[in-house]
Design a binder for this molecule. Structure first.
Ligand code: FAD
Length: 404
């Protein structure tokens, strides 16, 4: 099968790059093993952890993906990524000028560039925009730390009342601990009778608060559940992300996939790219685990880092398995004992030239690009820039392919 461009990967990077190429008239195939990191992500997108992210980007080392782009391009690709998210129906808040903060499921505050509409946020990390909120969460819910959250909100000067709720369907689910996770709760609350029951509990118990806050378990299959609950209760409804699996992350991935396909893109879901061929120094084809061979003008490697499956490590070293790309292993490669510390292995990734063309045997391959989490030279956790690098490098690669 022949396409203009074949992308290996199915996460935020691959989908962003694929949508941009498809909406510019290219025929694009996306080959993906399956779920991406979005399933684990709170879906608050980080650009860079600094009071003024774009200023901070200016002084990064030349090996950093943002330094290869330049601060001006980062700003413009970030704006275009926001536009594409909106086209996909993913409404966001935030600017590249200054970070704001989301409340995490563990009750901490984390800087972000974009948060999804409806997330409980703080504009300055010191106070919320609400002086009184009521927190509601299902009894026996596993993915949410209500007491930590109440402590955080209270310390920010907001009065919080905490309420558990139970619905007949959730009582049945509670008999099996693995059933009481975010997605199962969201599926239950998608049903009209359950939503109405929750609305009447909120109306009865919330009192005169400025907003009602729930874990992010609203609207798995129906986009407007939060707004409907708001109308039913006559209260502003906000949410706090949950631990994995993330309902908002899964919804975002599905929305981006739908958008890509609606623009003519093709997804080979459940296909792992396993090998490639070359002709005259260029990549000619990729073959998948199901025996499909795809030929194209350009190939994009957006297969993620260790979690996504793009990189693998064993005693011999770190490798990229599809193209055998050169991998840069960060210096001081010793894992630190505190798992919450940024670990050096997170900066490992494939080597690219200044335009994200992949190096194989030290030489840039003219029609093979890499973007997103598989890139070397940055630490997404320490720098809070995972999603920012994903979307900006994806759009830069798409632009270069369109202008090729
Ligand atoms: C737990 C967690 C929480 C995070 N939270 C945040 C956050 O709050 N804010 C933030 O900014 N960033 C966050 N990030 C980082 C951010 O989510 C990622 O940097 C970004 O989503 C990377 O996307 P990606 O598409 O490059 O890689 P991935 O999301 O890893 O996707 C890789 C894709 O490639 C596919 N794949 C891999 N190998 C092959 C192959 N050989 N053939 C076919 N398909 C293949 C995989 O199946 C997967 O679909 C988080 C990451 C994790 C893991």
């Amino acid at each position: 099968m022949r396409y203009d461009t074949v992308i290996v990967g199915g996460g935020l990077t691959a989908l962003m790059c694929g949508i941009e190429l498809a909406r510019n008239g290219r025929s694009v195939a996306l080959v993906t093993t399956g779920h991406s990191s979005l399933h684990f992500s709170s879906c608050s997108l980080g650009l860079y952890n600094a009071a003024e992210p774009l200023k901070a980007i200016e002084s990064l080392p030349q090996s950093h993906p943002y330094a290869k782009l330049g601060a001006e391009a980062v700003e413009s690709y970030a704006a275009r990524a926001t536009e594409i998210l909106n086209i996909a129906g993913i409404a966001t808040n935030g600017t590249t000028e200054a970070n704001h903060y989301i409340v995490t499921p563990m009750g901490q505050l984390r800087q972000c560039w974009l948060s999804l509409d409806g997330a409980l946020t703080s504009h300055n990390g010191k106070e919320l925009d609400y002086k009184s909120v009521a927190l509601f969460y299902p009894e026996g819910f596993l993915d949410f730390y209500a007491q930590f959250i109440c402590d955080t909100l209270g310390a920010m000067g907001t009065t919080v009342t905490s309420h558990t709720f139970s619905l007949p369907e959730l009582v049945v689910r509670r008999n099996n601990q693995t059933e009481m996770r975010s997605i199962q709760v969201a599926r239950a609350l998608d049903k009209e009778e359950n939503l109405r029951a929750l609305a009447s509990i909120i109306s009865r118990e919330a009192g005169d608060v400025e907003a009602v806050v729930l874990p992010a378990t609203l609207g798995f299959d129906h986009a407007d559940v939060r707004q409907r609950l708001s109308r039913m209760t006559d209260k502003e409804i906000l949410y706090i992300p949950t631990l994995l699996t993330s309902v908002e992350g899964v919804k975002a991935e599905r929305a981006l996939r739908r958008t890509f396909e609606s623009m003519g893109g093709t997804i080979f879901m459940g296909h792992t790219a396993v090998s490639h061929t070359t002709e005259e120094g260029l990549i000619a084809s990729v073959t998948t685990s199901k025996g499909i061979t795809l030929t194209a003008e350009e190939f994009v490697l957006a297969s993620g880092s260790f979690i996504g499956g793009g990189l693998a490590a064993d005693r011999e070293g770190v490798t990229e398995g599809v193209f055998g790309a050169d991998v840069i292993v960060s210096e001081g490669n010793q894992t630190t004992r505190d798992i919450f510390e940024p670990q050096p292995f997170m900066s490992c990734g494939v080597a690219t030239d200044g335009n994200f063309k992949v190096l194989i045997g030290g030489k840039a391959v003219e029609n093979l690009y890499a973007c997103g989490a598989i890139l070397s030279g940055y630490n997404p956790v320490k720098e809070g820039c995972g999603a920012g690098v994903a979307v900006t490098t994806a759009l830069k690669v798409a632009d270069d392919i369109i202008n090729r």
